[in-house]
Ligand binder design. Sequence first.
Ligand code: 13P
Length: 251
Amino acid sequence: MRQLLVAGNWKLNGSLELVFALLSGISDRLSEVGNTEVAVCPPFIYLEHARRQLQGLEIALGAQDCSDQQQGAYTGEVSAAMIRELGCKYIIVGHSERRHLYSESDATVAMKFERVRESDLIPILCVGETLEERESGHTEMVISRQLDAVLKRSGVGGFRHAVIAYEPVWAIGTGKTATPVQAQQVHAFIRGRLEAQDKEIAAHLRILYGGSVKPDNARELLQENDIDGGLIGGAALKAEDFVAIAAAGDA
Ligand code: 13P
């Protein structure tokens, strides 16, 4: 019922040369992917290049972040409306690297989520706990806090056209993946929280897992009931691995 989505978050990686090669590699192998939707999120500066290269291909484009402001004297910022002009469909908001390295608060993330919606794009809202939070039994509390900030601002209706990505911070770039059972538990918890407010929205909401997803662990993760795709970091920088992960969703 929910179409799987596998999105590559390229983070601060790339060069014009790499963008070209990576997109060529992905498009050359795209026939290996069945029903799963494929998206790539390169750095802002390469979005226009990617848009041109992807024309006519079934690969969606996304940005990794956007400003919490619409326009004005905010040096260095990029608005959701600008990103829309570049043919993007998705914008990632609240990635843990933004939350932790750039001190983005839950309220800022909620504001960005709203900006994405105002521009008729689809936010990919990242949530997730640190190792310390997990070990002290606070996973659900942290996820609830992160979700509630967005619910408070946008209401449950804000999730009608949105995607959530559960990315446990301890699994990002560490090679340490959440087990399918661990991930499924949190995904079910997230869906349950939204279900309490609107059953239909919760049933349609895609919840991606992110954190050291690789071709050899993708299938078992994507088979879980409430895991509707993946947000891929490191493995998204190798066309072969990225496409293998997307293809694993169809198995
Ligand atoms: P890795 O796949 O490199 O662990 O990164 C996950 C991530 O942060 C995607 O947004």
